[in-house]
Design a protein around this ligand. Structure first.
Ligand code: BYC
Ligand code: FE
Ligand code: FE
Length: 470
């Protein structure tokens, strides 16, 4: 299914057939470009970057690569093709036809879900806006910008839904999405992690590993939606998401590899003196970003989540493949409840635990991630195992936010937590050290000393290809 690139806004949904919608989107477009100029990557908007652009929504061969300037990137609206026979796969409406229009009684909830999803996309671009200046290579710089333009496109995907299905308030929400600012105390982005600074590349790689993976799971849940335009949009966003997590997990892996190389060359020495990042510091960054991203699944017990599921708005990841029963009625889910003093098992109705169900899948996927990283240390004969902190560790959202827990999940006193914090989470000194290594390396094929080169380039190009023309 091809994409129409002859229009001002590339799309495969025939927006020219709806003049009002087309006009509204064409009015939003310059506001978006102004936002990009002000809040997007600084200073590299006149350089040509080797970027992929979607040219079709087919699973194979959907992207085309070429050098483009970021502001000329063809941000557009691409939905996975319509399946006429599709039925709602879960909740009270299981088996009924999916909706092409927003059902009146679910309008507010749907709008809220779409706005929350949408808000994270520009937020991440804002968080990463200064990183181009300290890119450890042109290869990495290109990957950063690829992620940035695609998060911009994800915003377009959600704005299309707001404009085409929510009338005046949808258009107002679309404007608001360009007005909130990551980290701004008066007008912040909606969700917690998206207001945290991402000021160094180790944080960027952890963000794209753990926070983009939250994106993957939330999109999987929304791709099940009975509101078909949302489901189809999210399906296509998922194809783009895979690369973001690739950037993160291979990025962290290369930092680990470099640390191991320097450790091997300089046994018994502090590798900081050789400009590499100690494994213990990498683990602390993992602890920070994994715990922060776990908060993005919301409260353990949530009536919102129950409503979203019952109404058929948001399902579980791989609802059809992974579950036999799709109504989730008369079933329970055991939560390890924290009452402020102790943990006890408490069974709650499954629908109310949907946030926790999705968080469990997410956590298991994170744990799988460490296998690759631990292979890297093992291949150097270094005895160091990376771990994902327990879901109770360092929480700001949900019932565990009231307590203090070790990375293994054991309850401890506030005092004990504070005494050990420097072992578990990056200290100011760690941050200052990591930042001190962030100096640009802008020669094709060269890499900063704290990170190993990738095993291969992008789209079969060589590692020393001119990914960014400076
Ligand atoms: N921070 O009933 P609860 C991505 C709020 S990432 C701040 O538990 P619910 C990407 C909550 O909104 C994927 N506030 O919440 C990645 C509610 O507020 P109100 C983004 C939070 O609704 C990288 C109140 O607390 N997509 O795509 O069950 C780069 C009660 O909580 C937080 C989505 O999130 C938090 N962490 O669940 C680029 C999908 N957690 O209504 C992009 C859409 C909760 O009382 N969103 N609250 O004012 C959702 O499905 C749900 O909104 C949530 C929250 C799962 C986030
Ligand atoms: Fe995204
Ligand atoms: Fe992403």
């Amino acid at each position: 299914m091809g994409i129409n690139y002859s229009e001002k806004i590339p799309n495969n949904v025939d927006i020219s057939a709806d003049r009002r919608l087309q006009r509204a989107l064409e009015k939003w477009q310059p506001a978006y470009l102004d936002w990009w100029a002000e809040m997007g990557p600084t200073d590299f908007n006149t350089n040509e970057i080797y970027l992929r652009t979607a040219i079709s929504v087919d699973r194979d061969g959907w992207a085309d690569f070429g050098h483009v300037k970021m502001p000329d990137y063809r941000w557009g609206i691409f939905l996975t093709p319509n399946d006429k026979e599709k039925k709602i796969g879960f909740g009270d409406h299981e088996g009924e036809d999916v909706w092409q229009e927003v059902p009146g009684e679910h309008r507010n909830n749907l709008r809220r879900l779409i706005v929350t999803q949408a808000d994270t996309e520009p937020a991440s671009v804002e968080q990463q806006r200064l990183l181009g200046h300290t890119a450890p290579s042109l290869y990495d710089m290109r990957n950063l910008f690829q992620v940035n333009v695609e998060e911009g496109r994800h915003l377009w995907a959600m704005v299309y839904l707001l404009h085409s299905h929510f009338g005046k308030d949808g258009r107002e929400e679309a404007e608001e999405l360009l007005e909130r600012r990551s980290g701004n105390p008066d007008h912040p982005r909606i969700l917690s992690t998206f207001n945290d600074p991402v000021e160094d590349w180790l944080s960027f790689f952890c963000f794209t590993t753990f926070t983009d993976r939250d994106g993957k799971y939330q999109l999987l849940a929304l791709a099940e939606s009975g509101f078909d335009p949302l489901a189809r949009t999210c399906r296509f966003m998922l194809t783009e998401e895979a690369h973001h997590m690739f950037v993160g997990q291979t990025g962290v892996n290369r930092v680990i590899k470099r640390a191991c190389e320097v450790m091997t060359e300089n046994p018994q020495k502090d590798i900081k003196e050789y400009g590499a990042i100690p494994l213990e510091i990498i683990q602390k960054y993992i602890n920070r970003w994994a715990s922060s991203s776990v908060d993005l699944f919301g409260s353990e017990v949530s009536s919102n989540a129950a409503t979203f599921f019952a109404a058929g708005l948001k399902g579980r990841a791989y609802e059809e493949k992974n579950y036999q029963e799709h109504r989730a009625l008369d079933q329970g889910f055991t939560i390890e409840e924290w009452d402020g003093n102790r943990l006890s098992n408490n069974e709650v109705p499954l629908r109310n635990a949907m946030n926790e169900v999705l968080r469990s899948d997410y956590h298991a996927d994170n744990v799988k991630q460490t296998v690759l990283w631990n292979k890297a240390t093992a291949s150097f004969g270094i005895d160091f195992q990376f771990t994902i902190p327990h879901r109770r560790f360092n929480r700001r959202i949900g019932m565990y936010a009231d307590g203090f827990f070790t990375p293994e999940g054991d309850p401890i006193s506030e005092e004990e937590f504070n005494q050990n914090k420097t072992k578990w989470l990056p200290t100011e000194e760690d941050e200052a050290f990591v930042k001190s290594l962030m100096v640009k390396c802008h020669e094709p094929g060269k890499f900063a000393g704290w990170i190993a080169p990738p095993s291969k380039g992008i789209n079969d190009q060589s590692v020393d290809f001119d990914y960014v023309r400076l």
